[in-house]
Design a binder for this molecule. Structure first.
Ligand SMILES: Cc1cc2nc3c(=O)[nH]c(=O)nc-3n(C[C@H](O)[C@H](O)[C@H](O)COP(=O)(O)OP(=O)(O)OC[C@H]3O[C@@H](n4cnc5c(N)ncnc54)[C@H](O)[C@@H]3O)c2cc1C
Length: 384
């Protein structure tokens, strides 16, 4: 096994010929280069603070993001697998490759906005999303942030909570209602007058700042509001998350796979030097079950990513269900694996303990699970 690309060699390569024959040799090589470069970026990024470090890694990795050329579903699968590789190292690396929430601007912005953001995203800039409000993030249609027209364009006022990438994002896609009660998605520069940030301390996923975004009479031009033909901001939100949620599942599963590999290595080392005479059957069973759970859930996440890219009518249901299944599978796997290495995994600097806390955050972020499953059930009930 190559020392530079353990995530790829141990978890992706074995499935290659059976599960993703559509990935050409050059796409696999792209992933291999990406993982090797990620190791270098992690070694060379400074230690000033978590945000600076993560932004430095993102900037270093931006030129190595999977090429947008070629078939869209292959790109989506490659991005999901690249996310898995990043998650294997650290869930805080979830924004290392790809446009992230900037995808909404690239798809629904005016030509000028698209062009300038394509450049900025490729250089490593980050875009946040601000949808959740105090009444509850699971009820987007009840948002109270307001977008009012004025002579120059729009004025935006409202408050968003639990916003990730709070201090690091160069802009936020903010969801607000216009005077007709339609939900709109507006691109708000982080340094615009009237934007104030109030960070909170999270118990996991602490790499990016997280907290409240206050918007007071923020001036926006007409071109800052995203447009979807025959749709509104809610459609933009849904369309975006149909692509984003499989990506989240793949990254979460990468984090669980990283824990699996580390726990396995620790147990091999203990038995190798005779610290453990033999492994108990219960430990072997946990290793086997979690391996199967992670690998099959990854197949689902990549399939969901491809369905969205292909414009499948099943994409939305798959994306919502896959986010729940992928994150819960990863969360359970880490809960089960962590005890196998004992109290060492509970140290604050242990990647195993960190993955456990980080995955806890993903149970809420990007869609809380009971609300997602309920909406899947409702869609299924209403289908022919
Ligand atoms: C780490 C992290 C990062 C995040 N990043 C972002 C971000 O970048 N941008 C952003 O906008 N948001 C972000 N969020 C917020 C996240 O999207 C929300 O937490 C999520 O949408 C759920 O919303 P809520 O926490 O307000 O819970 P609520 O919507 O209040 O839901 C709480 C519970 O109440 C239930 N519930 C809802 N309605 C009812 C009802 N009528 N009866 C009974 N039960 C009900 C829900 O199903 C759920 O179980 C983040 C959250 C976390 C933890």
């Amino acid at each position: 096994m190559s020392r530079q690309t353990p995530a790829l060699d141990r978890w992706i390569e074995p499935l290659h010929s059976a599960a993703w024959p559509f990935l050409s040799k050059s796409r696999t090589e792209e992933l291999r280069r990406l993982e090797a470069a990620l190791c270098v970026a992690l070694d060379t990024a400074g230690q000033e603070g978590p945000s600076e470090r993560l932004l430095a890694v993102r900037r270093a990795m931006a030129p190595l993001s999977p090429s947008p050329l070629g078939e869209r579903s292959v790109l989506a699968a490659t991005l999901a697998l690249a996310g898995f590789v990043c998650g294997w190292y650290d869930l805080d690396l979830r924004d290392t490759v790809g446009p992230g929430h900037g995808r909404m601007i690239l798809r629904h912005g005016s030509p000028a906005l698209r062009e300038s953001w394509a450049r900025r995203l490729t250089a490593g800039a980050l875009v946040g999303i601000a949808a959740t409000e105090r009444h509850g993030g699971s009820r987007l249609t009840e948002i109270t942030a307001r977008l009012m027209p004025d002579a120059q364009g729009w004025r935006l006022t409202g408050e968003k909570c639990w916003v990730s990438r709070l201090n690091e994002a160069a802009a936020f896609v903010v969801f607000a209602k216009d005077p007709n009660g339609r939900i709109q998605a507006a691109v708000v520069p982080a340094d615009a007058p009237g934007v104030t940030r109030y960070p909170e301390t999270p118990s996991g996923l602490a790499g990016w700042a997280w907290g409240t975004l206050q918007l007071h009479d923020v001036h926006l031009s007409g071109g800052d509001v995203l447009v979807m033909p025959d749709g509104d901001g809610e459609r933009i939100f849904r369309e975006h998350f149909a692509a984003f949620r499989p990506q989240v599942a793949a990254i979460a599963l990468g984090a669980a796979a990283g824990v699996h590999t580390r726990v396995l290595s620790a147990l091999q080392a203990r038995t190798g030097i005779g610290l453990l005479p033999r492994l108990r059957d219960t430990a072997l069973v946990t290793l086997g079950r979690t391996q199967a759970d992670i690998q099959t859930a990854l197949l689902g996440a990549v399939t969901a990513a491809r369905l969205t890219a292909q414009g499948s009518p099943h994409a939305d249901v798959w994306a919502r269900a896959t986010k729940v299944h992928g994150v819960e599978t990863a969360y359970r796997a880490v809960q089960d694996l962590a005890p196998l290495i004992g109290a060492g995994g509970f140290r604050a600097d242990s990647p195993v303990g960190k993955a456990k806390a980080d995955l806890g955050g993903l149970l809420y972020a990007d869609g809380i699970h009971d609300a997602l499953l309920r909406s899947v059930g409702r869609t299924l009930m209403n289908a022919d």
